[in-house]
Design a protein around this ligand. Structure first.
Ligand SMILES: [Zn+2]
Ligand SMILES: [Zn+2]
Length: 169
């Protein structure tokens, strides 16, 4: 199976290595991709573990799992990722104050939830905790319901495929 994150390599050689904790994410973008793939494959434990500590306290594995089960993730597009190498561990530590210095990843994702299609756009912020990249929080700038095309019409995700061969499968 091709990796859900859209990297065009196999799931086994891509995000599954992170989800199985064989490898650690080397950048916020890699962590973000692996969390997307974890949602797509209902790996709720991994999603929970990769939240920053402060955010993890607001989550439960059961809630993450329920949301993942109700949702079919269709396509991820990364728009921008800040250069994380500019952020040393000192600036990347969350201290509860303004976190403008934290590295961000801006992405959009198509998903299906309870039979309806949506496009969401988010800017996520990441911190380093105990030497590991963690997801702190995200600001959703857009989350709109989409009108599904007819089966033979072009897919809404700009793949140049017919809907029935793409997000409508
Ligand atoms: Zn991947
Ligand atoms: Zn599509």
């Amino acid at each position: 199976m091709q990796c859900p994150c859209g990297s065009s390599i196999s799931f086994q050689q891509c995000c599954l290595l992170l989800i199985n904790q064989d490898n650690n994410a080397q950048s916020p973008e890699q962590l973000m991709r692996s969390r997307y793939s974890a949602y797509a494959t209902e790996a709720a434990d991994y999603i929970y573990q990769t939240y920053a500590q402060a955010s993890r306290a607001l989550q439960t594995i059961a809630d993450i799992s329920a949301w993942a089960k109700e949702t079919k993730w269709l396509k991820l597009t990364i728009h921008a990722a800040s250069d994380h190498t500019k952020h040393n561990n000192q600036t990347a530590v969350s201290d509860g104050n303004k976190e403008h210095n934290l590295p961000t990843v801006c992405f959009s994702a198509y998903y299906q939830h309870q039979g309806e299609y949506f496009l969401m756009k988010e800017t996520s912020r990441f911190v380093v905790e105990k030497g590991q990249w963690r997801y702190l929080e995200g600001e959703v700038s857009n989350n709109e319901a989409l009108i599904a095309p007819k089966r033979n019409q072009a897919c809404f995700c700009d793949s140049n495929k017919k809907f029935k061969q793409c997000c409508g499968r």
